[in-house]
Design a protein around this ligand. Structure first.
Ligand code: PGA
Ligand code: ZN
Length: 418
């Protein structure tokens, strides 16, 4: 039997320069490591990310979470079977004793959960994706090339504008084409808005001084065409509105207007009619408005992806509400929203039981850890969203997908389905 011999946690920095948690789990000569990410436009119902408050790092230190791992969790899990992932996760959930991991911190619990999984994969001599599942399908990447909202300093309300390379047979070709468009977009923005337009936001996308959605979509369309690719046939576009962030006093503040929820629905209808390339709409409304989400699903059926992120926070209870109300047809899955591998898998399975799609996602505060690439392949997730094809914390995931595709050779497939 392979057991946990030692657990060591430490405070590291994430891609925004804020502290985060890193955990090593040791079993014999095998070591598993995980670096925990952190969001900015976090959903109200996410599991609790424990921060120290106080003076260090302007209150954002994670030494309490680190101490919870080293002094509370570690002594109680030494000797556990590393292959019993579910047992470990359930044990930590019970040890925490709250519904939202407020005691020990989801950042503490998740660090241990995934580091254990990786030690187990090593002990089996497998890649993480092989240990995680049987799938050999590479996900379609959603590359966030224009950043707005909380991830940038400008006036664009919509948080993310993403390239979706649909018309390709291989992940590596899809990534190459997307990276070419990213470079062309840079030229386009620089010419149109000047050098300031190509500064980048938190997820590596450009943060140009664009004030409305249509202008951003137009920039993307132009960049796709100027690079020589065909909109609709080869590329679609996804947006993440993260709409809770610009809802104030019952009105959505967007494009210089203040829209009621009804007017905002109308706004989407017109946008999709003008830009049929718009395939995926994430968090189009406030995170509590299951009904507004449902109205988009009933209008578009499966011809558009209506994606729940802040709405459902990778939590089966909220996904069940979304199922009852038919509020979405895609789940955005972020392991740190819920805090253990096992619970994230339950969220995945429940979503798949509805024949809905799943997008595995990074956070805006990331690290060089590439775990989610393996997760997306192992589970056979439909799509992966992990930022621009630039900045190493984003590219780390895409590069891992390239390695996996190469390793799988002819066995690899690519999800180019709409
Ligand atoms: P976050 O943003 O990590 O800041 O929450 C990503 C997203 O909303 O999908
Ligand atoms: Zn989102």
């Amino acid at each position: 039997m392979s057991v946990i011999d030692k657990v060591v946690a430490r405070e590291i920095l994430d891609s925004r320069g804020n502290p985060s948690v890193e955990v090593d789990v040791f079993s014999g000569k095998n070591q598993g490591r995980f670096m925990v990410p952190s969001g900015a436009s976090t959903g109200q119902f996410e599991a609790v990310e424990l921060r120290d408050n106080g003076d260090r790092f302007l209150g954002k230190g994670v030494l309490t979470a680190v101490k919870n791992i080293n002094e509370v969790i570690a002594p109680k899990i030494i000797g556990r079977d590393i292959f019993d992932q579910e047992g470990l996760d359930n044990f930590m959930i019970e040890l925490d004793g709250t519904d939202n991991k407020a005691n020990l911190g989801a950042n503490a619990i998740l660090g241990v959960s995934i580091a254990n999984l990786r030690a187990a994969a090593k002990a089996r001599g497998q890649w993480d994706f092989e240990y995680i599942g049987d799938s050999k399908r590479l996900p379609c990447p959603m590359l966030n090339v224009i950043n707005g909202g909380k991830h940038a300093g400008g006036d664009l309300a919509i948080q993310e504008f993403m390239l979706m390379p649909i018309g390709f047979d291989k992940f590596s070709d899809a990534l190459r084409a997307s990276a070419e468009i990213y470079q062309q977009l840079k030229k386009y923005l620089k010419k149109k808005y000047g050098g300031i337009a190509v500064n980048v936001g938190d997820e590596g996308g450009f943060a140009p001084p664009i004030q409305n959605t249509r202008e951003a979509l137009q920039a993307l369309m132009s960049a796709i065409e100027e690079t020589g690719y065909k909109p609709l046939e080869q590329f679609h576009i996804g947006i993440d509105a993260a709409a809770s962030e610009f809802l104030h006093d019952g009105k959505y503040h967007i494009d210089g207007k203040q829209l009621t929820p009804e007017e905002f629905s109308q706004y989407y209808y017109e946008l999709v009619e003008e830009y049929p390339i718009l395939l995926s709409l994430e968090d189009p409304f406030d995170e509590n408005d299951f009904d507004a989400f449902a109205s988009l699903v009933s209008k578009y059926g499966s011809s558009r992806a209506v994606v729940g992120d802040d709405l459902t926070v990778t939590n089966v209870e909220r996904i069940n509400t979304a199922i009852d109300k038919q509020s979405m047809n895609y789940l955005l899955l972020k392991v740190n929203q819920i805090g253990t591998f096992t619970e994230a898998k339950k969220a995945f399975d429940l979503t798949k039981s509805q024949n809905w799609g799943v997008v595995i996602s990074h956070r805006s505060g990331e690290t060089e850890d590439s775990f989610i690439a393996d997760l997306a392949v192992g589970w056979g997730a439909d799509r992966i969203k992990t930022g621009a094809p630039a900045r190493s914390e984003r590219v780390a995931k895409y590069n891992q997908l390239l390695r996996i595709e190469e390793y799988l050779g002819d066995e690899a497939s690519y999800n180019n389905k709409i």
